[in-house]
Design a protein. Sequence first.
Length: 270
Amino acid sequence: MSYATLMVYVDVEGKPDGRVSVAADLARRFDAHLIGIASGAPISFVLGEDAEAAAGAPHLRDLKALLDEKVQQFRAAVGNVRGVEWRSVVGLQADVVAREARAADLVIIGNARASRDPFRALDPGSFILKAGRPVLVVPASVAALRPRRVAVAWKDVREARRAVQDALPFLREAESVMIVEVSERGGDQASSRLRDVANYLARHGVATVAERVLPVDATAADSLLRFIADENISLVAAGGYGHSRLGEWAYGGVTRDLLAESPVCCLFSH
């Protein structure tokens, strides 16, 4: 398994940031096709054409012009990638990019909204839960990814099992991989779970695997963040946990805190 096609979301406002550099570098390392995508929606797209008259409402033609500007910036930022493609689509970002993700093995996004305008910003938490693809979340301060030391944040649920498989291309490249579970009880059961995952990875060509059961600090996320810092981790693979409640996506505490506070890239699968 490898990543044959990567997709990176480019914010409508501002210039391409570090995540585009990360995406271009990964495309070169995996010899992958790279798709850039930008999306936005005028208020009229959501509320109907009468909303165009509302004060300050962005017009569709202005948005399309803004999207068209992104392609030149994107191509200049990615440089010499073997295959590069661009898509700009009018619509609500999480829905549009999740739909277009059918073309990709991995989607790369930022860790926060780039704008307070909900019609021009991709919400990372909502997107992870809709994507149907692994999502690499790049913090704003990161412009390069060298996944030498990778942590698998294990929880014995579907999302974590999916994340382990989705992260295999990174795990095979890593110099060291550590599987960690935050557990209040610890003990033989947790160790047995981690040993199963380590054996699974070893059979998939991941050579250097260690296992660690972490005690709970204030929260599970606090334990993981402390571990990331102490062990000089460069990439975390984790399940993206959440559910639909009253038509809105809510995501779990660990996912939320890693999105907000992780200093390194995180690969989430849901």
